[in-house]
Write a protein that binds this ligand. Sequence first.
Ligand code: FDP
Length: 337
Amino acid sequence: MKPISLTRFLIEEQHRGHINADLRLLIEVVARACKSISTAVGKGALGGVLGEAGTGNIQGEAQKKLDVLSNEILLEANEWGGHLAGLASEEMDHSHPIPNAYPKGNYLLLFDPLDGSSNIDVNISVGTIFSVLHCPDGITEPGDEHFLQPGTAQVCAGYTTYGPSTMLVLTIGRGTHAFTLDREQGSFMLTQRDLRIPEETKEFAVNMSNQRFWEAPMQAYVGDLLQGKEGPRGKDFNMRWVASMVADVHRILTRGGIFSYPLDAKCRDKGGKLRLMYEANPMSFLVEQAGGAASTGRQRMLEVQPSGLHQRVPVFLGSKREVEAAVRYHLEHDAGK
Ligand code: FDP
């Protein structure tokens, strides 16, 4: 049977009363912007867009030309449609209220325009991550503080991965669904409804080069994984680390596993490496909707009350039983056991 398009999927969800017309439009606009980003990424060196932009973002990281371009594409696409009150991007210092010249809607959009961007120049998968919140009642000119809502408040989240094929993975709080871009038709087509992450896994993803900087419970957890069959876990584990969060999470949504970017001595002062609002929350929503779990190691990710737009957090997400195991090491350590 021919797969249905994203447009049809969204219209059917609207007919069922699961989303309204504004949210449908918002998702369509983000998907359209992601198609443009996919085209730019796909041109590679021929597009003249590889390499450094010569600028830095709020986090002090060097921006790639494609970071800047992807941010512009998403901004331009979303400003004028009337579905948003404001937007915020990992690449911008502050949130951006919709200019008064345009109609305004009731949603707030947050995005990481090009995640994993250190992989762009070596032709490895990168992606766009996004999260949608309600704008608080009565607010027409949202400021940064209006975006500081816990992940449980998300109404929609998703990512696009620009890999061998371009895929959009989406949740509106009713399961997690995967769409593949049909490049000839220019449409995202539903290729997997209701992704389910296996509860158990034998695969973990972490940057092992940080091992000596980790906290004691993380050292203990990974130490036990590495002992394999001979250790307390009683099974051999395999390791995978693409170093593009989108690609690593996509693998986990497809076949299970645990992804972690824990606290370490290098990122401790910042609270972690990955951003709560642009990376951890949307990915955690997608993972939970696929039957997985997501935690900071000590707290359910979606319940973290954000204190800053660019806040960073430690991240553990993926197969439910494995995330629970990693959390257990942290809690037992903290309890002095
Ligand atoms: P990048 O810095 O290339 O944007 O978002 C940060 C991120 O990539 C994630 O996509 C990725 O999982 C992680 O950082 C990679 O970190 P390391 O370079 O420390 O491995």
